[in-house]
Design a protein around this ligand. Sequence first.
Ligand SMILES: [Cu+2]
Length: 162
Amino acid sequence: MNTFPRPLLSAAIAISTVSALFAASLLAAPPAKPALMIEAPWTRATPPQAPVAGGFLTIRNNGRRADHLLSATSPDAERVEIHEMRMDGDMMRMRRLDDGLAIAPNATLELKPGGYHLMFIKPTHPFVAGETVTATLRFEHGGMREVRFEVRPLGSGAPPKR
Ligand SMILES: [Cu+2]
């Protein structure tokens, strides 16, 4: 005589069916569109021994929650800081943002000359127009993103919008 209690057996079958379906849905799920989109990263060529270079880009948050740019690193500089330029009386001053930058849901944050920017501190080599420099940006939710900055000629403004 079969002594296996039927309710338990069907519960076990139900659980294994659910986990199989769950596993299948994970396998079948298309790669999620990244919530953060990084556009037009660029920097400027530097003279030899330049102590700093700015890094500019646009960050689009397509997600439903705010994200934060927390920090950045680069093999092409001793370190990378997140900066803000702002008027202090009639002086333009630069300030390091230790708490990083928030990017609201469904919003775009532009890092540009005269505003928020990344600062490559002590570049390890001159930045040469036409080449690229690399930085890894760390976001609270978006994780690590490697970004390649187009080096534009000395004195350049932002590249034209695409
Ligand atoms: Cu700066």
